[in-house]
Write a protein that binds this ligand. Sequence first.
Ligand code: NAP
Length: 472
Amino acid sequence: MHDYTRKTLFIDGRWVTPSAGDVIDVVDPATEKVIGCVPNGTVADVDAAVDAARRAFDPLITRAERRDRLARVIAAMEKRLPDIAETISREMGAPLRIAQGVQTKVPLAVARGFADVLESFEFEERVGNSLVLREPYGVVGAITPWNYPLYQVVAKVLPAIAAGCTVVLKPSNEAPLSVFEFIEAVEEAGLPDGVVNLVSGRGSVVGERIASHPDVDVVSFTGSTAVGRRVAELAAGSVKKVALELGGKSANVILDGGDLTTAVKVGVGNAFLNGGQTCMAWTRMLVPRSRYDEALELIDAAAAKYTVGEPSDPGTRIGPLASAAQFESVRGFIDRARRDGARLLTGGSEPVRDSGYYVAPTVFADVDPDSELGQEEVFGPVLAVIPFQDADDALRIANGTPYGLSGAVWGPDLDTAIAFARRVQTGQLDVNGGMYNPVAPFGGYKKSGVGRELGRAGFEEFLQTKSLQLPS
Ligand code: NAP
């Protein structure tokens, strides 16, 4: 049975009463009803958590101790995944199928990836007369969003543990309940007190204190570009390391001669995954003008398969958007795109149901690459289709936003597709149907972020480097 009324924070190995009494309600976006609450943490709560994390930090931690901590957390988390999936579906509206799949299976794969990295990682290396040491960085402040609540937490907390760091975590207020369930797994894993601490609360209070706290050594943030900029500004005050995973406006580029049918099918699925609330979603589909009409027919047919419905219904492919704010924001983007002259192919801003934050999967054709819809992240099920003349034109459009997080290219052959991919300014790109890899470096170019998550690169973000010059 889920306990969605959370009144305590996890600090120094115990569930403790926060320093102030109020709570933040959590709303089920399918019903618009309150289903639970979490403590509205304060600066004093963050300070207590950072103190505990500092006391728990041991820079000389062994590989065996790291391995043991990681293995115990992964085992305890794995047991809880069915419950966590149900909670994610309730708190942010992901179809249960998606919650049981990508929302929980990918974090498990990501977590295991860190265990593998830890096994073979060389913490010491000889470089000439120097012994170069890789040491745990210290206290990590982790601030996460709501769209993949478990994944975002796992991508920060697990590599931090593997590196030997200690953590103060602040989840998003829109989807904190699954994170509390993850922390119960951490508790069951029996890590030393203070290694992982949880402080829920407002970004403007808890998040800002974590980012500016003088005793936090690294702040690892995932969320919007606007808040990421603020976090970096605050972190600069104490010169701490900052890792930012931010927004995207990724292009799915279908070159002339590419497999149009597959590219459209996969591309529409990618754009609408998790109701379009995916930072790496391919929200712009770039199609050769010579095949534009054919592509639009295929896109229309593919989009029609994305049935909107209740998250618990097994036939649902798109649930409600995660919150009232997201609902209003996405509808605003749709209305403005129409006013900007984009051609609505399917969908629209009208509410799909009487209650719940449901928006129809929406496709716009003839989108001006420089318009708001061509440039800005919507974070909803809205696909912009943009025609191009030739490969140079496609590259100019693909690179023509402030972002560079993800994307895809479909070429007539692998060499042509890779040659194009080399010129795209983005952190990752799926080439001719290549699949997402949970241990490949993940992160952004340009305003999509700084640093990398996942696999070895994500692990190394939490390591400091020390050179000892030895006598010859
Ligand atoms: P958000 O509004 O930026 O919030 C992210 C986190 O930051 C939340 O925990 C939020 O707390 C906190 N926060 C808000 N204001 C803060 C402040 N002044 N100082 C410190 N922390 C603060 O983003 P979101 O709406 O949750 O998530 C959607 C965005 O995340 C999209 O732009 C998406 O592209 C991006 N994203 C990026 C990636 C990636 O890996 N690149 C992955 C997923 C999502 P509250 O809950 O109190 O607001």
